[in-house]
Design a protein around this ligand. Structure first.
Ligand SMILES: Nc1nc2c(ncn2[C@@H]2O[C@H](COP(=O)(O)OP(=O)(O)OP(=O)(O)O)[C@@H](O)[C@H]2O)c(=O)[nH]1
Ligand SMILES: [Mg+2]
Length: 324
């Protein structure tokens, strides 16, 4: 993933401290006092400029990110805010370079005042750095979160969706390599999780999503929006899970309304429905399964395999044989 190559972004004070240390070393090397002060200013300016400029360039161009990652970046941080912060760093880098050049020249032209000018230059550069303190922090925070986004590959993908607490993660744990947390309360899964299942020489990518409530888009939280992004951007088939027992805490009719909404937003992507917790309650006219007794689970997997077999993403030599 593109965010993995961004190194930690230090705070403004850490950057200043490093730049000053480096500059002090550079200053020592110059015998001539005026030259030493000039070198100090140039060195601070260059260290800060380089680090700010490098940070800006390490971030990917948001427009070029795959849609899912662009969406996630937007949901979690707002691309606009990140762009503004990157813009602030570019501004700061430019100002620091200018101050460095300006004061290096002043020191040369006013050798008697060299030491005061050096201090003034350092003060101005520190003040510019402090103006972008919050931007550096936001970008570092974004870097920490975004680099941990699930690595969703361009391969056949099942996205498991549904209301909170219906048993999505329990199913994924049972049928894939992923080990998402399972708990008896809503929004246990807070971000998209990727698991895999080997199928012959191929593998099926299975994505667990946080629960979504049937409510207006503007009332949905960022956890629900992540789920919707996975559903609309990466799914070859959606497995929609309904808890007919309502042990999840939500009525079936609300779950069915959500199902209809999802069918509408995904357009051509097939949506398969399965009723979970069949040990508690079954529902006629649907596939039923229980991850507790494992009844019905193999049939659901077989259905997903048929989609995989028929998918244009699967190579023709793909074998139905499962390699578990
Ligand atoms: N009786 C019964 N309980 C189940 C079954 N599957 C899951 N559960 C329980 O339902 C609760 C929710 O399960 P999860 O797998 O965490 O549900 P989820 O849909 O991933 O929930 P969120 O991540 O919060 O959206 C847990 O207490 C599970 O033990 C089942 O087949 N039968
Ligand atoms: Mg879950």
């Amino acid at each position: 993933m593109e965010f993995e190559t961004i190194p930690t972004i230090p705070t403004a004070d850490e950057l200043l401290e490093r730049a000053l240390k480096r500059a002090a070393a550079a200053k020592k090397e110059k015998r001539n006092k005026v030259r030493a002060n000039e070198e100090f200013v140039r060195s601070v300016s260059k260290s800060l400029y380089d680090k700010l400029d490098d940070t800006v360039h390490r971030f990917p161009t948001f427009e070029n990110l795959p849609v899912f990652y662009r969406d996630m970046t937007n949901i979690l941080f707002s691309i606009d805010k990140l762009r503004k912060s990157l813009g602030a760093l570019t501004w700061a880098a430019g100002r620091i370079r200018d101050v460095g050049n300006e004061y290096a020249w002043k020191i040369r032209s006013n050798p008697d005042d060299a030491s005061n000018l050096r201090k003034a230059a350092t003060g101005r550069m520190a003040s510019i750095m402090h103006q972008v303190e919050d931007d550096l922090m936001l970008l570092n925070n974004a870097r920490d979160v975004l680099r941990k986004l699930p690595d969703i590959r361009d391969e056949f993908t099942v996205v498991v969706a549904g209301y909170p607490n219906v048993g999505k993660s329990s199913f994924i744990r049972l049928v894939s390599s992923a080990t998402p947390q399972v708990a008896g309360y809503a929004f246990t899964t807070k971000q998209v999780v990727v698991g895999h299942r080997d199928v012959g020489r191929e593998r099926m990518q299975i994505v667990d999503t946080p629960g979504i409530l049937d409510r207006p888009a503007e009332e949905r939280n960022y956890i629900e929006h992540q789920a919707l992004s996975a559903i609309t951007n990466v799914a070859d088939v959606i497995l929609f899970i309904i808890d007919a027992s309502e042990a999840c805490g939500y009525p079936v009719d609300r779950q069915l309304t959500l199902l209809e909404e999802i069918r509408r937003v995904v357009g051509d992507v097939p949506v398969e429905v399965v009723v979970s917790k069949s040990d508690l309650e079954e529902m006629e006219g649907y596939m039923n399964m229980s991850t507790t007794t494992e009844e019905g689970v193999d049939e659901v997997v077989a259905l997903l395999l048929r989609y995989m077999e028929a998918s244009p993403r699967s190579p023709p030599e793909y074998s139905q044989e499962e390699n578990l």
